[in-house]
Structure formats: C-alpha cells, structure tokens
Design a protein around this ligand. Structure first.
Ligand SMILES: [Zn+2]
Ligand SMILES: [Zn+2]
Length: 396
C-alpha cells in the first residue's frame, strides 16, 4: 500500500483522532525518495539525528575505558550515531586533559557526517547529583557540591556554555541539583541564569557498566527511578518545579560500547548535521528521549515544535506523529500540567492505541486558564519501552 494510504488507514483506526490542520510536520526530510504522506502533511525541513551526550573514557583520568579517539570512532562507525558527547568527570581530569578533549572534539567533527560534543560531568552523586555542561571553554573548577558558586559565579561568567543537562535525577535528595534554593521556584539572579542554561534532563540513563555491545542492557538499579523503570516521575517533578528542560536519553557508558549498551538515544530535530544546528536544537529543546534507536517522534502545539514556548487562544491544536522502520507502537499518550509550576505535576490527558509502525494523531484540547505545559509519550513493544518528547509550554 502506498505510504499515504497506509497512514490514512492508520489514522482512521485511531478512534479518537480527528484530523485538523495542525501546522507542518517534519517527516519529508526523514525519508529518502518520494514521500506522498509527507507532502500531504507538509514539511518543516527538520530531520531526526540520533546520539547520546553522556559517556566516559579512561583518558585523562576519567573512570571509563578506552581513549577519546576510540570512543568517537566506535560511536560513528560501529554504533552509527550521528553525534556523541564524551563527558569526563571534571574533578578527575586536569585542565590539560580538558584541552585535549576540546581538540579531539574539533578534529573528529565533520559536518554532515558526525558531530563530537565537548562535555564534562560536574559534581558528585553524594553532593547534589551530576550535571553535564556542554561546550565550556574551560574545565569547571568549582568543587563538587558547591552549587552556590556554580550557579551564582561560574555559570554567569561562562556565556559560551551551549547548554547544560541534569543527569540521573533523584529529587528525594533535597539537595539534588542545588535544591530549591536555586530552582525556578525561588527566582533570583542565579536561578534565572540556570533556567536559561539548563535545557535537558535524561529520562533514560545507563546501564553504565553493561559489558555487552548488543543494545540489550536494561537500566540498572540506579537508573530505574521512582517507578522502577525510568526517570519519568523525576522528570515530572523537576518540570513542576519550573525547570524548562527537554527530554533526552543517555547510556553513561563506562565500558567500550559507546552507543551500543542499550537502544537508548536522544533524538534531535535539526535542519542538518552540523555542530551549530545540533547546539541550536538542544537549546531549543527540539529533542526526545527514546529507547528505540531509530524512532522518529514529533510533537507540536499550534504548529510549534517540542521545546517551544507559545501563546495560545482558548483551544490548542495538538499534533503527534511517530514513525519507526521496525517497531510496532502500542500506544501514544499526551501528558499535561494545566496549573503550571507548583501544584499538581503533569498527568495523563489522553491516550490512543496504535498497533502500527507509524501513526499521526491530531486533535484539539482546551487551553489552560493561565499557563501549563504538555509532552507526548510513546509506549511500544511489550510496554517496557518508551519515548518522551520535550514539553511545549503554553500561556494564554
Ligand atoms: Zn553521573
Ligand atoms: Zn557519567
């Protein structure tokens, strides 16, 4: 069946779906050759790129295995990633080591082929958790756990930092990521600077010590979060605290299997594979976390892509589109937090059963009275595999 007819048939099967004009969808650029579906839906020019941005090596004193060169070559040639971030622990490496990381990232980046992200993992789990800092011009010398100095002094002094992300979140620790003193619920200069820099949280992480290269590693005990599966509950908690963070996935590889410990990836919607475009996409939160290595997953409100902040009228036009070459989706879900920061966290608003490898789901929902945010989730396989888009923040 031609793709257009298949999709139309699939859409009809989605009983609750009502097709409305919801602005451009991105899939024209994700397939090669003629694609009547994409033409019918319109196109944004975005393409999905896949990679991970939190991994380790043994070089320069980091606690993983292998060298920078080995990791980049493995990620590009064996794991077939479009991008890789190596995030050595900042307190384990020296300034000279960081300079070597910067050089290595510059040398292996080839526009259109592969992008190496310069990263570092700062602080320690016992002192408020780990964050990843991207593209800083120096190794962050702030001592582990000194969140006050980090947020108040170091971060504002480093406008070159492209973005930062929260790794393996644990909100039960009151000091996680500096605690409420530096979160958006306590706005001050430090919180404002942090709010504009932090644009991601890992909903999937690890398993960092899994030895295999068959993508069969499941999140280990540390990475299963409050629901025993992933960091979805933690993500909702930090979103509800006011962080405007997108959804990403990581493997935290401490073994020579960069990209192949598990199927987890970050999907990034960018116009082409250059470092500039990837950075712009991470900053704009045009990302999704996926436990499937080649899932294309799109979410827009009023035609604006995931990660956006929009003003809307009484109704919001929702469009969710998913496509995978080899995996049948079980269902799609829409989550929303309609009372904004504080109060209740995001909860399930609507869901639809799919049973296919591609789906388009479009409908309208009433807008929140003042402000809120929404994100899409996909459940596939036997129900223990997922993907989440970044939210879209809405105000009237
Ligand atoms: Zn970590
Ligand atoms: Zn790590």
């Amino acid at each position: 069946m031609p793709r257009a007819s298949r999709l139309v048939a699939g859409t009809v099967l989605l009983a609750v779906a009502a097709i409305v004009g919801c602005g451009p969808l991105p899939f024209a650029a994700t397939v090669s050759g003629p694609d009547e579906t994409a033409t019918a839906l319109g196109a944004t020019g975005y393409k999905a790129f896949f990679g991970i941005q939190h991994t380790h090596v043994a070089e320069n004193g980091d606690d993983g295995q292998g060298t920078l060169a080995e990791a980049y070559a493995y990620a590009q040639n064996k794991a077939k990633l479009d991008f890789l971030g190596i995030s050595s622990h900042s307190h384990m490496i020296t300034d000279a080591g960081y300079a070597k990381m910067k050089l290595a990232a510059q040398q292996v980046t080839q526009p259109g082929e592969f992008v190496a992200l310069l990263a570092q993992e700062w602080s320690s789990i016992s002192k408020g958790g780990h964050i990843n800092i991207f593209e800083a011009n120096e190794r962050c010398p702030v001592p582990n756990g000194d969140w006050a100095t980090f947020y108040t002094n170091w971060l504002p002094a480093h406008p070159e930092v492209a973005w930062a992300q929260f790794n393996h979140p644990h909100p039960t620790n009151k000091l996680e990521f500096g605690g409420e003193a530096f979160s958006p619920v306590a706005p001050g200069p430090a919180a404002v600077s942090a709010l504009s820099t932090f644009s991601a949280m890992a909903l999937l992480n690890g398993p960092g010590k899994y030895e295999g290269d068959d993508m069969r590693g499941q999140p280990d005990e540390w990475d299963r979060g409050a629901n025993g599966l992933n960091y979805e509950e933690e993500y909702k908690e930090f979103l509800n605290r006011g962080w405007r963070i997108g959804a990403v996935g990581d493997q935290d590889n401490h073994v020579k299997n960069w990209g192949l410990a598990s199927p987890t990836r970050t999907g990034v919607w960018a116009t082409s594979l250059t470092k500039t475009n990837l950075i712009a996409a991470f900053k704009a939160r045009r990302t999704y976390a996926t436990f499937d290595p080649n899932l294309a997953f799109w979410f827009s409100l009023d035609g604006k892509p995931m990660g956006s902040e929009i003003k809307t009228g009484k109704e919001i036009a929702v469009a969710i589109q998913a496509k995978d070459p080899d995996t049948v989706f079980t269902r799609i879900e829409l989550y929303g937090d309609t009372d904004g920061m504080g109060g209740r966290p995001a909860s399930l608003i609507k869901k639809v059963a799919v049973g296919k490898k591609s789906a388009t789901w479009s409908f309208k929902i009433p807008a929140p009275t003042e402000e809120g945010y929404y994100f899409a989730k996909l459940v596939y396989g036997d129900g223990t595999a997922w993907a989440w888009t970044s939210p879209i923040w809405v105000s009237r």
